[in-house]
Design a protein around this ligand. Structure first.
Ligand SMILES: [Zn+2]
Length: 113
């Protein structure tokens, strides 16, 4: 547990205090949510900065050659149920017509809604 409360972002008061997930400033009344980095280093983000999670659906944003074959994953291909893994290709997924393969998160875009 980190008990250090940051200074108020509005008035820089050092007297801010924490209530649950909120910080309160007694001097200017500002309230804010802690944005302390929690495991952000391990976040996998898509080409536009959306955080990806296991099970997300993404689309491929450029044609990708499948290593060791003549297959190409076409731009716009929808990939359901991705799984995040460690490594250069940080998305493990199954692509219709291609099969199991690894994708790089910078070449996909999350499908929302
Ligand atoms: Zn303040």
């Amino acid at each position: 547990m980190n008990d250090i409360v940051p200074p108020c972002p509005e008035c820089s008061s050092p007297y801010a205090y924490q209530v649950g997930a909120l910080f309160n400033c007694p001097e200017c009344g500002h309230e804010w949510v802690s944005d302390a980095p929690t495991e952000t280093a391990s976040d996998v983000r898509d080409s536009v900065g959306n955080v990806l999670k296991d099970g997300d659906t993404v689309t491929v944003i450029k044609d990708l050659k499948v290593k060791g074959s003549s297959l190409v994953v076409k731009v716009g291909t929808k990939v359901r149920g991705i799984r995040l893994v460690d490594g250069d290709h940080d998305i493990d997924c199954k692509i219709p017509g291609v099969g199991q393969m690894g994708l790089k998160s910078q070449f996909v875009k999350k499908v929302t809604g």
